[in-house]
Design a protein around this ligand. Structure first.
Ligand code: C2G
Length: 132
C-alpha cells in the first residue's frame, strides 16, 4: 500500500483544496492529511475561521482522505513520515523547494496550485460584499 501525506490548515475548505487532495490521493492508495492545530496556526500567523476539531471533521468526511492527524510544529514532518511509513510527501507548489530535505525519507512532490481560489480571497470577497 502506497501512503501519501500532505500538510495544511484547510480552512474554509474550497475547490483548490479538493483539487490538491484528489491529486495527492491519486499518487497512492492511502492519504494522510496533517491539519494545523489552532496553536500552530498562531505560529504561522494564521487565524482559521473553523476550529481544528471542525476542520478535522470536515477533512475526515472527504472521500480522498483516509486519516487526519494534527500538525502542531514545523519539525514533525520527517518523524511523521517515518512513523507512518509514508512513501510520498505532497504539497502545493507555493511550497516548492521548502521541504526538499524530506527526499531523504520519501518522494517529495509539489503539485501546481489551483489558480483563482484561496481562503484569503474568500475572506476578502466576503468583506467586500458585507461592506458594499
Ligand atoms: N492549495 C492549492 N491551491 C489553492 C489553495 C491551496 O493547491 N488554490 C494547497 C496549498 O498549496 C497546500 C494545501 O492546499 O498544499 C493547503 O493549503 P493551506 O491550508 O493554505 O495550507 P498552508 O497554510 O500553506 O499550510 O507545514 C505546511 C503548512 O501547514 C501548510
Amino acid at each position: 500500500m502506497k501512503k501519501v501525506i500532505t500538510y495544511g490548515t484547510f480552512d474554509l475548505l474550497h475547490w483548490g483544496h479538493i483539487n490538491l487532495l484528489k491529486r495527492a490521493k491519486d499518487l497512492g492508495d492511502y492519504l494522510i492529511v496533517a491539519i494545523s492545530t489552532d496553536e500552530f496556526n498562531a505560529l504561522k500567523d494564521k487565524k482559521a475561521y473553523h476550529s481544528f476539531e471542525n476542520r478535522k471533521m470536515i477533512l475526515e468526511s472527504i472521500r480522498y482522505v483516509d486519516e487526519v492527524i494534527p500538525e502542531d510544529n514545523w519539525a514533525q514532518k520527517r518523524e511523521d513520515i517515518v512513523r507512518e511509513g509514508v512513501d510520498i510527501f505532497v504539497m502545493g507548489d507555493d511550497w516548492k523547494g521548502q521541504f526538499d530535505e524530506l527526499a531523504e525519507v520519501c518522494d517529495v512532490v509539489y503539485l501546481p496550485r489551483t489558480i483563482g481560489i484561496s481562503t484569503s480571497q474568500i475572506k476578502d470577497d466576503l468583506l467586500k460584499v458585507t461592506n458594499g
